[in-house]
Design a protein around this ligand. Structure first.
Ligand code: ZN
Length: 560
């Protein structure tokens, strides 16, 4: 595999790959552009063709072409490899991968099963009728590879084993289940929605039962999904994500719906920035993946109890990640698919008028009668969201709005919000809510800055042995070693390049080393002064004399 990645790196200059996504301008031997990973107006993403790497001074993102594509496209390494291998016209030899063989077989089974379901669909009029009745167009059926699982016990199983797959492989792909009289197909009599990974490969299925079978079998589930397999991790995958990536970034917004039908219809209506859940609520992993592309989610969940709970849970995690959360007001008892089949423009209006989640629930208090009831409602439906907002200014804004709406005071609302925060902080909280990093930036000492710059110079002039020896004679050995092996080395090199042109770098190194030496001396002097005071306090005259002599020697070395 490493041969393949090296070959791709040789064939694809980094400025071309990144330049294909964002506009770049030349900056000396490097390039720079507006960073796509954080919001900014002046370019702080720097790209070095020599090193084949990039670094952002604004948000610290850094890496090579593979990590850039992973981040930008929201795909994993294999996905990025696939994209870049295509671009470079390099065939990927999957066999090189360690566990590649087994997962490759699973992917093949899923690929063939998808084709099987697709082929069956065109032969089953009642399934086609149902799909048409739900408003799904032919193009959409083809593009989403919608299929049909025949209402028989072993048709898929037999077909796959006839085509060379073992029972174990079919079972590991989650397609069959063990019963009293042998294995049988897990999905039967259902319209099949393949679930794709980030690179668009089928890894699981979701089956919607046909209405006529709904009555026949005893209380069958409307939807049945594949179990988790080596390919399918429910808490990571989002249905539709593979085709929503681009538009999520462009529209700077991600619409989240609950079901496959909702998703397919939303895409068909032109909202390709829609993804659907596979479980109950959005997980931290899914939200982090979305956040690489946009910071705004629009929740369009059913207005029933389960839908609301899923929305609340998702919103809480998202707010903890500093994302903006909006809510679509769906009419009671209808889901997005119902709305869209009635009128696509109505769906458009609803998305456009989606409200911030705090305001959405706050406005619902208008429908609650009775002052106490209103307050109770706000307490359990509005304040928990405010409590989770990471940005203080934003939080304060909602405290004000809430107190105005409820006819209370900001102080009172703030106090209630703080109570909730206290509860959350004291561990009465699910492990899923991310712990926000402290926003307090530690004050960097001048010594650290100088040491990092010197490390950057050493790293950018790897062949300069003399320079390295000179640095090693001055910089604290342990710290220099740590810096040169730190994961931030890329940052140091880019910083040095920013500050000093290649012609002056050797002279600059001398200056920096001199300054650092001076800083070390000042620090030592501080230390001696402190010890001196202590020794004086204890009346240790001999020690005082010794320290005074040291103080004098060092003071003379310091240039004032
Ligand atoms: Zn950035």
């Amino acid at each position: 595999m490493s041969d393949t990645t090296e070959k791709i790196k040789e064939l694809l200059p980094i400025e071309e790959v990144i330049g294909g996504y964002i506009k770049l301008q030349k900056a000396g031997g490097n390039f720079k552009g507006l960073c796509p990973f954080h919001n900014e107006k002046t370019p702080s993403l720097h790209i070095s063709p020599d090193r084949g790497s990039y670094y952002c001074f604004g948000c610290g993102e850094n890496g090579d072409i593979f990590s850039f594509v992973e981040q930008f496209e929201g795909v994993d390494f294999v996905g990025a490899l696939k994209i870049l291998a295509d671009k470079a016209h390099v065939p990927i030899e999957w066999q090189e991968q360690g566990s590649g063989n087994k997962n490759d077989r699973l992917r093949k089974v899923m690929h063939d099963a998808t084709r099987f379901y697709e082929k069956v669909l065109v032969k089953v009029p009642k399934a086609l009728e149902y799909i048409e009745k739900r408003g799904i167009a032919n193009d959409t059926v083809t593009s989403f590879r919608i299929g049909y699982a025949p209402n028989s016990w072993r048709m898929l199983f037999d077909w796959l084993t006839k085509n060379g797959y073992t029972k174990e492989e079919v079972e590991q792909a989650g397609l069959i289940k063990a019963g009293p009289s042998g294995f049988y197909d897990r999905l039967r009599g259902r319209v099949i929605f393949p679930i794709f990974d980030v690179s668009g490969r089928p890894i699981a299925f979701s089956g919607r039962i046909l209405p006529e079978h709904e009555q026949v079998e005893k209380a069958p589930a409307k939807y049945i999904n594949s179990p988790e397999t080596d390919l399918y991790n429910k808490s990571e995958v989002l249905y539709g994500f593979d085709r929503a990536k681009q538009e999520m970034r462009e529209k700077d917004q991600c619409i989240v719906v609950e079901g496959q039908m909702d998703l397919v219809m939303s895409h068909q209506a032109g909202f390709k920035n829609t993804v659907a859940l596979s479980g109950t609520a959005l997980t931290l992993g899914q939200l982090t993946r979305i956040q690489r592309l946009t910071n705004t989610i629009v929740l369009a969940f059913d207005a029933d109890g389960a839908g609301l709970r899923a929305a609340s849970r998702s919103a809480e995690i998202a707010l903890g990640l500093d994302m903006e959360v909006k809510v679509v007001a769906l009419p009671d008892g209808s889901d997005p698919a119902d709305v869209i089949i009635e009128s696509e423009s109505k769906w458009k209006d609803m998305i456009e008028s989606a409200e911030n989640i705090v305001l959405f629930y706050l406005h619902k208090t208008y429908d609650v009668t009775g002052v106490r009831e209103k307050l109770r409602y706000a307490q359990s439906n509005v304040l928990p969201f405010i409590a989770r907002i990471g940005n203080k200014v934003e939080q304060e804004h909602f405290v004000q709005v809430t107190s105005d709406t409820l006819g209370s005071t900001p102080d009172a609302v703030r106090e209630e919000v703080q109570k909730i925060q206290f509860k959350l902080a004291s561990g009465n909280n699910s492990e899923q809510t991310p712990v926000k990093e402290s926003t307090v930036t530690p004050v960097r000492s001048r010594i650290t800055t100088l040491e990092e710059q010197i490390a950057g110079i050493i790293l950018s002039r790897k062949d300069d042995v003399e320079l390295r020896q000179k640095c090693e004679s001055i910089v604290d050995k342990e710290r220099l070693k740590n810096l040169l092996e730190s994961p931030k080395t890329e940052k140091y090199v880019y910083e040095v390049e920013q500050l000093y042109s290649p012609e002056v770098i050797a002279d600059e190194a001398k200056n920096l080393l001199h300054n650092l030496e001076q800083e070390y001396l000042r620090k030592e002097l501080e230390h001696i002064t402190r010890s001196l005071r202590e020794a004086e306090g204890r009346g240790e005259q001999a020690r005082v004399d010794q320290l005074l002599a040291e103080h004098k020697t060092i003071s003379q070395k310091i240039q004032h």
